[in-house]
Design a protein around this ligand. Structure first.
Ligand code: 13P
Length: 248
């Protein structure tokens, strides 16, 4: 039985004080949740405040991005070991917004995964098709290309979580149906099985794209949906914690 993983991707929101407030609310409201991993991903400048606010609670702290070099002349970048130093144990890699606006490619995603695994971070690897790709029947091809690129030279699925986030469902209020999610998640697990064998059974494949408390139960009930990567709804403690409770 795979343990559910519910992550809040806060994107470009919340200064340090807002980060602390939200984490305090999440901690208080998710105290009774069992058998679920809860993760939050604030902006870089709020990571340390987040770490302090998390204290000894089991909430997992993730960054939203990372660079693949450890040091050097790379103005504006953050190294994997610096995330560990700031108290992170996970990092989101290859989010579609990074692919769309910041030139992230399957190759840079791969380098970031390898560098993150090297310092012991859990990599939450995002994949997903655009609306045009879905409508022209290319969803599986796109996912296949993204995952083969991402997993090049990755020795095992340990410390890997895959987030399926259809681009057309992100921030649009239009979530994938639970059947659409299940179909792609099963396809992802199949791809993982071909490359890693039994390890694929332990792999958590989480869904992202307009997840809220009103649609989460249906999505999370599907056999290959092992959690959620929540954007907008993760900024509201009550909503996020309702999703956490549905998973525990
Ligand atoms: P929304 O939940 O706001 O659609 O965002 C999803 C997402 O991109 C999480 O990474």
């Amino acid at each position: 039985m795979r343990r559910k993983f519910i992550a809040g991707n806060w994107k470009l929101n919340n200064n340090r004080r807002q980060t602390t407030d939200l984490i305090e609310k999440i901690t208080a409201q998710s105290r009774d949740a069992k058998n679920v991993d809860v993760c939050v991903a604030p902006v870089f400048t709020s990571l340390q405040s987040a770490r302090e606010a998390i204290g000894s609670s089991p909430i997992i702290l993730a960054a939203q991005n990372v660079f693949y070099e450890e040091k050097g002349a790379f103005t504006g970048e953050i190294a994997p070991s610096m995330l560990v130093d700031a108290g992170c144990s996970a990092v989101i890699i290859g989010h579609s917004e990074r692919r769309q606006y910041f030139g992230e490619t399957n190759e840079t995603v791969n380098k970031k995964i390898l560098a993150s695994l090297k310092v012991g971070l859990t990599a939450v690897v995002c994949v997903g098709e655009t609306l045009e790709e879905r409508e022209t029947g290319k969803t599986n091809d796109v996912i296949h290309a993204q995952l083969s690129g991402a997993f090049k030279d990755v020795p095992s699925l340990e410390k890997i979580i895959v987030a399926y986030e259809p681009v057309w469902a992100i921030g649009t209020g239009r979530n994938a149906t639970s059947q659409q999610a299940q179909d792609v998640h099963a396809f992802i697990r199949d791809l993982a099985r071909k490359k890693y064998g039994k390890g694929a059974e332990e792999l958590r494949v989480i869904y992202g794209g307009s997840v809220k408390s009103s649609n989460a139960a249906d999505l999370l009930a599907r056999p290959d949906v092992d959690g959620a990567l929540v954007g907008g709804a993760s900024l509201i403690a009550e909503e996020f914690c309702a999703i956490i409770r549905l998973s525990s």
